[in-house]
Design a protein around this ligand. Structure first.
Ligand SMILES: Cc1cc2nc3c(=O)[nH]c(=O)nc-3n(C[C@H](O)[C@H](O)[C@H](O)COP(=O)(O)O)c2cc1C
Length: 355
């Protein structure tokens, strides 16, 4: 039917009508509706009550919170919480005026969590790091019933620590002028590349290196609520490449892609609902610079707030209930004859302001 109407009226005529309609709609929105919404308390909540986009985000948040709290109550595996709590202990340990006792509200939870995790995976640097930090915590803190109870539990599991590497003490790395220089070179060299050498997909060992470097990005309380789903199967790439709206004109050129996937069920707090986007973006930038340092080009691709598109990726990559793509990244070896957009940056006086 749509095709018939398009044939009768003509593509250009229909596009023209749509553009006029959208411009008229925007005028009504900024001229009438939005000023009213801004004046009346809670009016935006009602206006967006049936918004699919906000609705699906809220639904995911509810499910993620439920999952998180359930795990906490059942004391089941929660590496996000372990990383967060151990990181809080680390911060307590490095304080200049360290308190004689701290972390009383979560120390028992932390060792109990560690106990359940050790049972399932004891050959793991995260577990070893947790053991080392807890050891230091118990060494320097004063007696307290909660702390002593936690120590009792810890004593039963600390022998499971399984590595020659030790994690801590905490040392500031030496300032190296050369490193700063090489970062400037790398940052300037990276550009969004949209045309790649066909049939030349970077080796997985290089991609693994880039992922490990990406994970060095800071994340809120070291939760790391993201993962990199690397798609190098040509059939799957074909299906994925057309999904981001911004690949029109070069989706056929994409030889491999990464879906940066955020994880929502890493905190029970509504104010933490953007963690996955913030932490995922920081890691993504590290990832793209890491790729560049390995000679691999990339292009970030906007991932829209669109439930249908999310579901397509969820099905293609078997994502979990509380996971969603936050960014796509095309990667590969830059085609020699491919051109780059210049993308001029804002000048310094528009970028920064002191105080
Ligand atoms: C979040 C994000 C989404 C982007 N989405 C697209 C996209 O959909 N299509 C595209 O061609 N480029 C996309 N880009 C690339 C930008 O256009 C590019 O980074 C910007 O113009 C600066 O150019 P440069 O990366 O070459 O320095 C995206 C970049 C970011 C950070």
């Amino acid at each position: 039917m749509k095709a018939l109407i398009r044939n009768i009226l003509g593509e250009e005529f229909i596009n023209d009508i749509f553009q006029k309609y959208f411009r008229w709609k925007e005028k009504v929105q900024y001229g009438i509706i939005y000023p009213i919404l801004l004046k009346i308390p809670f009016a935006p909540n009602f206006y967006f009550l049936f918004s699919k986009s906000f609705g699906s985000e809220m639904k995911m948040f509810v499910g993620a919170r439920m999952d998180y709290i359930k795990k906490q109550h059942h004391k089941t595996e929660n590496l996000f919480l372990l990383r967060r709590n151990i990181h809080r202990l680390e911060k307590g340990l490095i304080m200049k005026n360290r308190r004689k006792i701290f972390a009383l509200d979560y120390i028992e939870e932390t060792v109990t969590l560690l106990k359940s995790l050790i049972a399932s995976k004891n050959d793991n640097d995260q577990i070893n790091w947790a053991c080392d930090i807890l050891n230091q915590y118990f060494e320097v803190t004063d007696a307290h019933p909660k702390r002593d109870n936690a120590l009792k539990i810890f004593s039963t599991i600390s022998a499971n620590r399984n590595s020659d590497r030790s994690f801590g003490p905490f040392i500031v790395p030496e300032n190296n002028k050369e490193d700063q220089y090489s970062f400037a070179v790398l940052a300037k060299k990276r550009k969004s590349v949209r045309f790649f050498e066909p049939n030349n997909i970077p080796e997985r060992s290089l991609m693994d290196k880039a992922v490990e470097l990406a994970a060095l990005a800071p994340s809120s309380c070291n939760r790391q609520p993201f993962s990199f789903r690397i798609v190098d199967n040509p059939e799957l790439v074909k299906k994925m490449a057309v999904l981001p709206g911004g690949t029109k004109g070069f989706s056929d050129e994409i030889v491999a892609m990464v879906a940066v996937v955020g994880q929502m069920n890493v905190s029970p707090s509504i104010s933490d609902r953007h963690l996955m986007y913030i932490d995922g973006s920081l890691a993504s930038m590290n990832f793209m610079l890491a790729l560049e340092s390995l000679g691999i080009a990339s292009c970030p691709l906007n991932w829209p707030e669109d439930k249908n598109k999310d579901n397509k990726v969820r099905a293609l990559l078997s994502l979990g209930d509380f996971e969603r793509p936050i960014l796509m990244i095309a990667y590969g070896y830059a085609a020699k004859d491919g051109k780059l957009a210049y993308s001029v940056r804002k000048p310094l006086d528009q970028l920064r302001r002191y105080n």
